[in-house]
Design a protein around this ligand. Structure first.
Ligand SMILES: *Cc1c(COP(=O)(O)O)cnc(C)c1O
Length: 378
């Protein structure tokens, strides 16, 4: 992909210069509003999403903020699931709330029942399936139908599945959002987000809002993202196969209570996931017995390949330790115990299992020696 840098765009004559505002949605008028490099990436994302238009912005978080601000005005209401990406929930409640946009947080398992929450002030319903941290699957077509009946738009944070495994726009969603920082970037070194739509006037609202907020992306980052898109199907397939084996190994461990992943047949959202998605991402949660809390810091310290980190979707495997129970009311189904989110990268599967095995064993020895030490002291 050619990398064309620009803030300044020069014009052939006065007429072209005076009409430059017409080029905001197509063509080029100023670097902030689009370069040949960003427009090419946006065209590719639109094709991959089954959209007519796409917009790239500096981060996934920027995409979440932009979509909400483009659709909602003071006095409007937005609905979001309890499982929406945490910083986005904060942004809606703590930043948009004081600007007069009211938010209602809903149980992600509500599905068609969302109709009971959509009133005539509701402009936007967010979905995220599976949800952050706890992986609840939402019935997106049912939610979209209920929201549309009441005149609200639906936006989906599709970062987990990406355009490769789920097509939000083909399932009734109006705005498909993803954090390209994850699977598309794929190497833990890129920040970008995208929004894809089929409606031209909605696209123009998003583009205008991006302009007002001054969101622009660097052409180097666009080229990196484009490179990531080219290897993304192979990376995601490899990681998914590897995750399957690691899940099988983890499921047999005495420390593990349950794996939270839509591909597990005992997952409550398994049937809906199977109906709507064409595959599973290598990102899932592991619920451990409460006793593990005493040694989890030690296990994590002993890990060599798995790194502690909050992101996912990259070539390196990551673990994030979450406590989603804070501030959530729909988690009665989740037994107590530490919860880790694993993102499986491209390392050899056997090496990753070996890494987990040695870390668990070393931590068990450590705990036993501590117990022995205590007994001796007594
Ligand atoms: C990471 C993430 C985001 C935010 O993306 P950034 O590019 O890091 O801002 C949004 N939603 C989900 C589900 C994510 O995992």
């Amino acid at each position: 992909m050619p990398v064309e840098r620009a803030s300044t765009i020069v014009f052939d004559d006065l007429e072209a210069f005076e009409k430059r505002a017409e080029r905001v949605y197509d063509g080029f008028s100023y670097g902030l509003y689009g370069t040949p490099t960003s427009r090419l990436l946006e065209d590719h994302i639109a094709q991959l999403e089954g959209a007519s238009r796409a917009l790239v912005v500096p981060s996934g978080m920027a995409a979440l903020t932009l979509a909400t601000m483009a659709v909602c005005r003071s006095g409007d209401r937005v609905l979001m699931p309890e499982t929406l990406y945490g910083p986005a929930r904060d942004m809606i409640l703590r930043f948009l709330g004081p600007l007069g946009i009211e938010a209602t947080v809903y149980d992600p398992r509500l599905d068609a029942g969302i109709g009971g929450l959509v009133d005539n002030r509701t402009r936007l319903v967010w979905v995220e399936s599976p949800g952050s941290a706890t992986f609840e699957v939402q019935d997106v077509p049912a939610i979209a139908a209920a929201a549309h009946k009441a005149g609200a738009l639906v936006a989906a944070d599709n970062t987990w599945a990406s355009h490769l495994l789920f097509k939000p726009l083909a399932h009734g969603v109006d705005i498909s959002m993803q954090a390209l920082s994850k699977h598309a970037g794929g190497h833990g070194d890129l920040l970008m987000g995208s929004l894809a739509v089929r409606d031209e006037s909605l696209f123009r609202r998003l583009k205008d809002t991006a302009r007002f907020l001054g969101y622009g992306v660097s052409p180097e980052d666009c080229a990196l993202c484009e490179r990531g898109l080219m290897t993304m199907p192979v990376r995601m397939r490899h990681s998914a196969a590897s995750a399957e084996n690691i899940i099988t190994w983890l499921s047999a461990r005495p420390e593990v209570v349950r794996i939270l992943h839509p591909a597990m047949p005992d997952h409550p959202g398994h049937a809906v996931w199977k109906r709507d998605f064409s595959g599973a991402a290598a990102v899932f949660a592991v619920l451990f017995k409460p006793e593990l809390a005493r040694v989890q810091a030690e296990i994590l310290r002993r890990m060599r390949l798995f790194k502690l980190g909050a992101s996912w979707g990259g070539v390196h495997s990551l673990i994030a330790v979450n406590d989603p129970r804070k501030g959530r009311t729909s988690l009665d189904w989740l037994p107590p115990g530490p919860l880790w989110r694993l993102s499986i990268g491209l390392e050899a599967t056997d090496d990753l299992i070996g890494d987990l095995e040695q870390a668990f064993a070393a931590a068990a020895d450590f705990a036993a020696s501590q117990r022995a030490g205590r007994t001796a002291a007594e």
